[in-house]
Design a binder for this molecule. Structure first.
Ligand SMILES: NC(=O)c1ccc[n+]([C@@H]2O[C@H](COP(=O)([O-])OP(=O)(O)OC[C@H]3O[C@@H](n4cnc5c(N)ncnc54)[C@H](OP(=O)(O)O)[C@@H]3O)[C@@H](O)[C@H]2O)c1
Length: 485
C-alpha cells in the first residue's frame, strides 16, 4: 500500500502525504551537517514507499543538498518530486535577483527544473513581491520552474496574485485541529481559482499524538518545531483546550482503530481544497511511514465532526489569517518574536524632508503621474499625514489586477500603509479613508477588502460612486492619518 495521490497541476501528481524537511535544519542546528549519503538513503526509502514528494526550502539546512544527492542516485525513471521554497529578504526583485535565487535552487538540487517553487514574502507593504512572482512566471515559461506556489499567503494576497495573472497552483500554510484558519476565507479563494493547499503543522510537531494525551504542559520545548506549535497551542487558548481536542481525537481514533495522529491528519486532508499534508521527518530517527498510511483506510463521519466541534468550542481561533504569524504579533514561529527582524527589513519607500518647512516630509512611490501631475503619494505635516487618492498602479504604470475591485483594494491599502509607515506612522494611525468606486458591483468586494484590512482599527470612511475612473481601475482610495502625540 502507498499514500493516495492528487493532481496538483497538469502533469504534477503528488503523494498526499508529503515529506517535510524543515526538521533537517533542526537536526543540524549545532552546525554539524547530517551525513549526506546516509540522509539521502533515508529519503530514498521514503520515496520507494510512495512518500515521494519532498518539501524543503532554501533555509532548511542541507535539505536541498541531501535531496539532490538522493535524486542523483535515484535509479528509476519517475524520479521523486522536489518542492522547495525561495524566501528572499524584501528589497528590489529585479530579473537578475530572481534568476539568481532560482538558479541557486537548481544548483543545490542538481536539477534543470524545480518541480514546484514556493515563494515566501515577509511584508506585503513592500510591493516587490509582485515583481518577484512575475519574474518567476517568466522563468516558468523558460522551463526553469515546473509550477509556482506560494507559502504563508493570506486569502487577500493569494487572490491578488492570481487576479494579477500569476499562475499559482498551491499555497503552503499551517492547518491543523489547533489552527483552523485555512478553512476560512482562504478556502473560498481556493475554490474560486482552483488553487490547492499544502498543509503543514497538521501534527503540531508531534503534539497531536497519543504521546501528549493527559500530559502536563511542558512549558517549553528544545526542538524548533514543537517550540513553534506550543505557541500555537497557547494562542488557541492554552493547554486545557488542546487536551480537549486530544481527548476528542482519541475517542474518534479508537472508534476507527487508528491513531490519534491519523485522526488529526485525516481532518485536514478531508478539506476539499487540501491537496496534501506535509509531515515532518527527522531523518535517521523516527519514520512513522506505516502508521501514516492508515490515514487512507478510514473517513471521518458526522458524529466525529460533531465531537471535534465540541472540543473546538473549548479553544479560541488563532488570530488573523494564514501567514499572519510571520508578519505581525503574535509571532507564532520557532523563535517567537520576529519584530526586530521585520524592523530591519528595508522600507518600501523613503521619506523626503521638505527643504524649507521643518517637520514636513513627502513620500513618492514612483508612479509616472507623480511628477507629471505634481503631487506626492503622501505628505506629513507635523503629526498629520495625508495620502493622495491611490490606485492599484504598480511601479511606473502597471495596473494591478485589472477590473478586480477586491484585489485592487488590497493592493492600494498595502501601498497606503507603506506610505504612512515611511512617514513614521503605522496603519492603525489611519483615521479616515475615502473610497471612490467605479460601479455598484465594486461596493461589496471593495468593502470586504477594506473591512479585512481595518478589522482591528476601523477609520471613519466615506464611499463615493465615482463612475469615471480612468483605465481598468475599479477603485481609488485616499486616507488621512494622525500620529499619536
Ligand atoms: N512554509 C512554512 O512556513 C512551514 C513551516 C513549518 C513547516 N513547514 C513544512 O512542514 C513540514 C512539517 O513540519 P512541522 O514542523 O509542521 O511538523 P509536523 O509535521 O506537524 O510534525 C512532525 C512530527 O510529528 C511526529 N509524527 C509524524 N507522524 C506521526 C505519527 N503517525 N504518529 C505520531 N507522531 C508522528 C514526528 O515526531 P517525532 O519525530 O518526535 O516522532 C514528526 O517529527 C516541515 O518539514 C516543512 O517541510 C513549512
Amino acid at each position: 500500500m502507498q499514500p493516495d495521490r492528487r493532481t496538483l497541476a497538469p502533469g504534477l501528481e503528488i503523494s498526499r502525504i508529503l515529506t517535510g524537511l524543515w526538521q533537517v535544519a533542526d537536526q543540524e542546528k549545532d552546525g554539524t551537517l547530517l551525513d549526506r549519503g546516509a540522509a539521502a538513503k533515508a529519503l530514498a526509502e521514503y520515496a520507494i514507499d510512495g512518500f515521494n514528494t519532498f518539501d524543503m526550502a532554501d533555509h532548511y539546512g542541507s535539505a536541498e543538498l541531501i535531496t539532490g544527492e538522493m535524486l542523483r542516485q535515484w535509479p528509476g525513471i519517475a524520479r521523486p518530486l522536489a518542492f522547495t521554497k525561495w524566501c528572499p529578504p524584501p528589497g528590489p526583485m529585479t530579473a537578475e535577483i530572481v534568476r539568481a535565487g532560482v538558479q541557486e535552487r537548481l544548483d543545490r538540487l542538481g536539477v534543470d527544473r524545480v518541480d514546484l517553487l514556493q515563494f515566501h514574502w515577509w511584508s506585503f507593504e513592500h510591493p516587490a513581491w509582485l515583481d518577484a512572482l512575475h519574474e518567476m512566471k517568466a522563468l516558468r515559461d523558460e522551463g526553469l520552474i515546473g509550477q509556482i506556489g506560494v507559502t504563508n499567503f493570506d486569502a487577500a494576497h493569494l487572490h491578488l496574485a492570481l487576479a494579477d495573472g500569476i499562475p499559482l497552483v498551491s499555497n503552503q500554510v499551517s492547518f491543523s485541529l489547533i489552527d483552523r484558519r485555512a478553512a476560512g476565507p482562504l478556502a473560498r479563494v481556493c475554490a474560486q481559482h482552483g488553487v490547492q493547499l499544502l498543509a503543514y503543522g497538521t501534527l503540531c510537531g508531534g503534539f497531536l499524538s497519543d504521546r501528549w494525551l493527559g500530559q502536563k504542559d511542558p512549558g517549553s520545548m528544545g526542538d524548533w518545531s514543537r517550540s513553534k506549535y506550543l505557541r500555537f497551542i497557547n494562542a488557541a487558548g492554552g493547554w486545557d483546550g488542546f487536551q480537549a481536542i486530544l481527548r476528542a481525537a482519541d475517542i474518534i481514533a479508537r472508534k476507527h482503530g487508528v491513531s490519534l495522529s491519523n485522526v488529526a491528519t485525516r481532518w485536514v486532508l478531508e478539506h476539499a481544497h487540501v491537496a496534501g499534508t506535509i509531515i515532518g521527518a527527522r531523518l535517521g530517527e523516527n519514520q512513522h511511514r506505516a502508521a501514516n498510511l492508515k490515514l487512507f483506510q478510514f473517513a471521518l463521519d458526522a458524529e466525529d465532526h460533531a465531537l471535534l466541534q465540541t472540543a473546538f468550542d473549548q479553544t479560541v481561533p488563532i488570530p488573523g489569517d494564514c501567514g499572519d504569524e510571520y508578519r505581525q504579533p503574535p509571532f507564532l514561529t520557532a523563535s517567537g518574536d520576529l519584530s526586530h527582524h521585520l524592523n530591519e527589513m528595508p522600507k518600501a519607500h523613503e521619506a523626503t524632508p521638505d527643504p524649507v518647512v521643518p517637520d514636513r516630509a513627502r513620500v513618492f512611490t514612483g508612479s509616472k503621474w507623480e511628477p507629471i501631475a505634481g503631487y506626492c503619494r503622501a505628505i506629513r505635516d507635523g503629526n498629520r499625514i495625508m495620502v493622495s487618492g491611490t490606485t492599484a498602479t504598480h511601479g511606473v504604470d502597471h495596473t494591478v489586477a485589472p477590473g478586480d475591485a477586491a484585489a485592487q483594494t488590497t493592493y492600494i491599502l498595502d501601498k497606503i500603509a507603506a506610505a504612512v509607515r515611511a512617514l513614521g506612522g503605522k496603519p492603525s494611525d489611519i483615521l479616515r479613508t475615502r473610497m471612490y468606486l467605479q460601479g455598484m458591483e465594486d461596493v461589496e468586494p471593495a468593502s470586504l477588502s477594506h473591512g479585512r484590512f481595518f478589522a482591528d482599527f476601523p477609520p471613519a470612511n466615506t464611499t463615493f460612486l465615482a463612475g469615471s475612473l480612468i483605465g481598468n481601475f475599479r477603485i481609488e482610495i485616499e486616507a488621512e492619518a494622525v500620529l499619536p502625540r
